[in-house]
Every structure is written in structure tokens, then in C-alpha cells.
Ligand binder design. Structure first.
Ligand code: SF4
Length: 349
């Protein structure tokens, strides 16, 4: 594998059974951790990107949260692993991420720009409970007086709330939690490795109780599966009740890698919807603009009803409405139009 020359023999000595492994790790059924010593963990976002941040840190590659729609899946193929089951079960762990990051941030050239985490894979996926890389990463960022944001579905973050609260007194930091739906049955097959939506709402509550801001990404919204008025209304009511400081709604984005895996899931779980999804995603990764407009029209009054409407001049649908410039992992933001949907456009639905 591409990472072979960065195998971590030191960890093999200090954590027996967790070395660069080709067998599942006890306690993590079906998941194999590949421990590597990274040379760099601070990644610059390519110039010209629409992302509202310039730097990212991702201590893990692959994600045991295993969301069927995750568009980071394609990135696993760069490692000679596949974008389907391997993405869910073959997780690369940059075991030296805190030390390498600290060294990089000590450079006199470092400009203390915003660093985003959770932009590719989830930094609080289950592996973090074992490797505990994030406290060191947060500490390195705090020592370098570097503002940062974290986006996650992982309730492991609750472990670090006291640390984040301390750092938040000195630095602008942002926290976001992704919650796509409330339906436990659908969630367990759509995002089989994630904590329940209710546990994530509780995480939002705890972050807020610690005095930190916390946005919620209602993402992705899935045509026919999670986009009824009743579903969106219930979810936004729960988000409001959790004390979230902002909400962003994003329709499903199906990039290559995610597209094949998601459609395989749809064939298994809801074959009746396959033709409809083929129409909505006929032109590529983004949902058809008619669907995006339709969704925008549907969501706007619900946001107003729940007191979650963004400030004037901003859209809560398809743009980062929270103050911290957070961005959802595994999803790019399509720009949703606000134009009214004409009747003939609804034939798509
Ligand atoms: S969408 Fe996020 S939480 Fe889900 S598999 Fe991808 S990186 Fe992990």
C-alpha cells in the first residue's frame, strides 16, 4: 500500500496489537487501523477553491461512520484501497499528528489562518476514542493562537468539551454537528457507524451548556427519504430545542465514489426510488437545480417558524449559515437558488 514506507514501528512496540495491522483490532469489529507516521498534517486548500477556509487537518483517512453517501470515499482510492467497504473498514491513523502539527505551526511563516477539521473524514470517529489525537491537535492549535473549527457526527467529542471550552475563551473556535434525519431505522442503515441522531442532539446540548457555539448541518437531505415537510419540521424543531446557534441545510451531493456506493445501497433498500434518483442526479454530482430550488422553497418557511432563519442576505440552504465558517464533512456546498419553483419543475419530483 502507498503508506508502507511510513509504517510506524514505534507504535508497534508501545501498543501491541495496534501496529500496522492487517487484521481487525479487538473492540473494533471489522475495522483495521493502519498506523502511519505522517510527515505533514496541515494541508493547504488549493487556490481557487470555494471553501471558506484555507487550511485543513485530518488525522484519519477512511471513516468507520460508514455513511453510504460520504463523498470523501473517492479519496481512499489514492491509497490503493476501494471507496466502498475499504473506506469504512481500513482506517489510516496518523499517530504522530499532534507533534507534527505543533512543529508545523511553530514555523515563523505560519500566518494563523483558520484551520478546518472534519472537512474530509470525521476527526471524532470511533478510532479517536482509542488514539486520542484530538486533544493534542487542539492543544497545538491553541498554543499557536490559531482559530479552528470542527465538524463531526461523533459523540467522542464530548470527551474534549472541557478542553474546547478553555480554548474557546482565548480563541475563536467553531463546532458543528451533522444530523441528517431523526428516523433511527433509516439512520442505522444509511449511516451505520454513527451515533444515533438523539445522541448527536444531546452532544449539541452539551456543547452549548459549556458556553460554546454549535451549528447543526442538516445534511444531506435525501430526495423522497428525508425531505417531507413533516420530517424537516420535526428535525428543525429538535435542532432548535437543542440550543444550536445556527443551521445549514444541504441536499445530497453524489460525487464519483459515493455515487456508486449510494446507488448500491438504494438498490438494496429502496429500489422503487432508483429511477427518481437517476433523474435528480442525471447531470452529475449535484442535485438538479430544480430540486435544489424546490428544497429551498420548502425549507425557508420552516426555518422561519423555528426561529432558525439566517441573517438577512444569507441563505441557510446550501451555504454555511453559521458564524464560524464550518463546512460539512463529505459534502460540497451547492449554491441553491431562491427563485420560486414553477409547477412544471415539480414533475422531476
Ligand atoms: S460523511 Fe463524515 S461521518 Fe460520514 S463517513 Fe464521511 S467523513 Fe465519516
Amino acid at each position: 500500500m502507498r503508506w508502507d514506507n511510513q509504517r510506524d514501528d514505534r507504535m508497534a512496540a508501545t501498543l501491541p496489537g495496534l501496529e500496522y495491522s492487517t487484521t481487525p483490532t479487538p473492540g473494533f469489529a471489522e475495522v483495521t487501523f493502519h498506523e502511519i507516521r505522517a510527515k505533514s498534517v496541515l494541508s493547504k486548500v488549493p487556490g481557487g477553491s470555494s471553501m471558506p477556509f484555507g487550511w485543513t487537518v485530518n488525522p484519519y483517512r477512511g471513516c468507520s461512520h460508514a455513511c453510504t453517501y460520504c463523498f470523501a470515499r473517492a479519496s481512499h482510492t489514492y491509497l490503493d484501497l476501494d471507496s466502498g467497504r475499504d473506506f469504512d473498514t481500513q482506517v489510516i491513523v496518523k499517530v504522530n499528528a499532534p507533534e507534527v502539527l505543533a512543529a508545523q505551526l511553530r514555523s515563523p511563516k505560519w500566518g494563523r489562518e483558520h484551520v478546518a477539521m472534519g472537512t474530509n473524514t470525521d476527526p471524532y470517529q470511533r478510532a479517536e476514542g482509542r488514539y486520542q489525537l484530538m486533544p493534542g491537535i487542539i492543544g497545538a492549535l491553541a498554543d499557536a493562537r490559531t482559530p479552528f473549527s470542527i465538524l463531526t457526527k461523533g459523540t467522542v467529542l464530548s470527551r474534549d468539551i472541557p478542553l474546547l471550552a478553555e480554548v474557546g475563551k482565548k480563541l475563536p473556535i467553531g463546532i458543528g454537528v451533522s444530523i441528517a434525519l431523526l428516523d433511527r431505522e433509516l439512520q442505522s442503515t444509511l449511516e451505520p457507524g454513527t451515533a444515533s441522531p438523539q445522541a448527536r442532539l444531546e452532544l449539541v446540548r452539551r456543547v452549548r451548556e459549556a458556553g460554546l457555539p454549535c451549528g447543526v448541518f442538516v445534511a444531506p437531505v435525501l430526495p423522497w427519504l428525508t425531505d417531507s415537510v413533516a420530517q424537516l419540521d420535526d428535525l428543525l424543531a429538535s435542532v432548535r430545542e437543542s440550543g444550536a446557534t445556527g443551521v445549514t441545510v444541504l441536499p445530497l451531493h453524489l460525487r464519483t465514489g459515493a455515487r456508486e456506493w449510494f446507488f448500491a445501497w438504494l438498490e438494496r433498500e429502496r429500489p422503487d426510488l432508483v429511477a427518481g434518483y437517476q433523474r435528480v442526479y442525471a447531470r452529475g454530482s449535484y442535485a438538479d437545480r430544480r430540486y435544489r430550488r424546490w428544497l429551498g422553497e420548502r425549507v425557508a418557511p420552516l426555518l422561519r417558524r423555528h426561529g432558525l432563519a439566517p441573517r438577512e442576505g444569507r441563505s441557510a440552504v446550501g451555504t454555511p449559515a453559521d458564524e464560524e465558517g464550518l463546512w460539512p464533512e463529505g459534502a460540497l456546498p451547492p449554491a441553491l437558488g431562491a427563485a420560486p419553483v414553477r409547477q412544471e419543475q415539480l414533475t422531476l419530483l
